[in-house]
Design a protein. Structure first.
Length: 74
């Protein structure tokens, strides 16, 4: 079966502009909430944001952080 041609995409910025864009993308990704579980062997596993178990875990984490901030006066 022949491959389909790739869809054209916008060119990515290069040089200093590209480095800055990549840096901002990494910072944005680092701020996104995520659920990381530790497997029995000690290996971390990140749950997908659409995983049904991720929602309740994120809610519980937000409540814990809020309670800690109230007690510390932050």
């Amino acid at each position: 079966m022949p491959r389909l041609p790739r869809k054209p995409t916008a060119p990515r910025p290069r040089g200093a502009v590209g480095a800055m864009a990549a840096s901002l993308a990494r910072r944005k990704a680092a701020r996104e909430p995520r659920v990381v579980l530790t497997e029995p062997g000690g290996h971390p596993r990140t749950l997908d944001s659409e995983d049904p178990a991720a929602g309740p875990l994120l809610d519980a984490a937000e409540r814990l952080i809020s309670a800690a901030q109230r007690r510390s006066g932050v």
